[in-house]
Structures are given as C-alpha cells and as structure tokens.
Design a protein around this ligand. Sequence first.
Ligand code: CTP
Ligand code: MG
Length: 234
Amino acid sequence: MNVALILVAAGSGERLGAGMPKAFAPLCGEPLLAHALRGIFGCAGVSHVIIVAPGAHLDECREVAARVLAGGRPLVDIVAGGADRCASVEAGLSALRQDDGIVLVHDVARCLAPAELFERVISAVRAGSPAVVPGLPVTDTVKVVDAAGLVLATPDRDSLRGIQTPQGFLREVLQQAHSPANPAAGSATDDAVLVERTGGHVQVVTGDDRALKITSPLDLALAAALLQDGSYAG
Ligand code: CTP
Ligand code: MG
C-alpha cells in the first residue's frame, strides 16, 4: 500500500508573530517548510507528499519544495488550504492519488520531526492499527477547569500523553472521519479525535521530543537550539 503524507502548512502563524505565514518563518536561515520537507523526504516509506499551503503563497511553496527535493521522488502536489486546520486537511484529502492506501497527516509546525518517527507511525498502521498517533508522557500536572478557572478534576498523569503529529490512518478511516456524514467533523485540533468520536480505535506509539510544536517565539528558539546541538540531529 502506498503511503501519502498531507503536510498542513496553510496557517497564518499569528502567535509566532513572524509577519509571514509560519511555514515561511526562518529557523536557522531556512523556512520551517524546508526543514519539515527534509525530514519527510528522508523517509523512504512516503511516496506522495501533498503540501497544503496558504493560497497566496503557492509559488513560494513550490520553490521551497524544488530546492529541498533531491532526485525524482517522492511525488509532490501543492494545494491551497482552508479557513481552519480541518478544512486544510480536507483540501489535502482531495489531492490523494488512487494508489494511496495509508495517509499521514503532519503539521509544518512540527518541522523537526525525524524520519524515524514517520517510519514508526507507518509501521504501526501496516501492522494493523487503523489510526495511529505519536505520544509522549506529560511532565506537567494537568487539571480540568471550568470557565471560571475552578478546578474540576486532576487526571492521573500516568494515563496522559501529549499527542504529536504525524498521525497515520488507513485512507478510508481518515476520509470517513472528515466526511460531512461524521457529526464530529468540523472543529478539531487533530485528526484522531474525529476517529475517536465515532467510536474508532486509535493507537498511541512512542513520540519524539524533536517533533515539538512551534507555536510561539520561545518554541522557535528551542527548535534553533535543538538544530545546533548535534546530539539531537534528526
Ligand atoms: N493549519 C493549516 N490551515 C489553517 C490553520 C492551520 O494548514 N487554516 C496548519 C498550520 O500550518 C500548522 C497546523 O495546522 O501546521 C497547526 O496549526 P497552528 O500550530 O495553530 O498554526 P497556525 O494556525 O499557523 O498558528 P496560529 O494559530 O498561531 O495562527
Ligand atoms: Mg492555528
């Protein structure tokens, strides 16, 4: 089964405040998108990459992809994103090719995710899990609060995982999750929750610290430090 990867990169990066879409914000001299593509292109198991880009930046995106891509593989398609993450994933789904049987969804914001993380997720889907997410134990104590900030509950930390991308799915599972027929579709911060809400099973595999999500300027500084520290090389 061919593996396609939808890279959602159409966000505006408001919280990063770089004055440009996050995908083009520089990290050690290169746009986040270039870092993300290098990790993905380094993963032999991915044969088709769909980049979901900000509508006004398709040419810039094509240039970055051409610069990073060495040789003829994988196949790369570029499509314009939507108003929110879900709509961008759906735009990516519309560009799947007939042979794509497994689909990974990945955030450009996690641009330092190493090739081995992609391989781990793909392996778990191939081994029979229809939906797979990488996760790491949380180190903070997490509390559930109400709108007024009153604590309602403190879940046992041992049972909590911080969830990352890439998330991997059998194609029909992801398509069903995002179909208008799914009452849960529409607002979600990840794709697995759409599977969960319709009773589907989602498997967690071990995540990777390098797949940290770049949201704020502090995250960008942390990512730069990781890149410069040879022991974290992806
Ligand atoms: N994303 C997308 N299309 C959107 C919104 C988000 O493709 N309309 C993508 C982002 O590019 C990112 C991922 O979804 O890779 C997670 O979103 P987030 O980290 O919130 O990025 P931004 O939306 O760009 O940042 P912000 O919310 O600070 O504006
Ligand atoms: Mg956002």
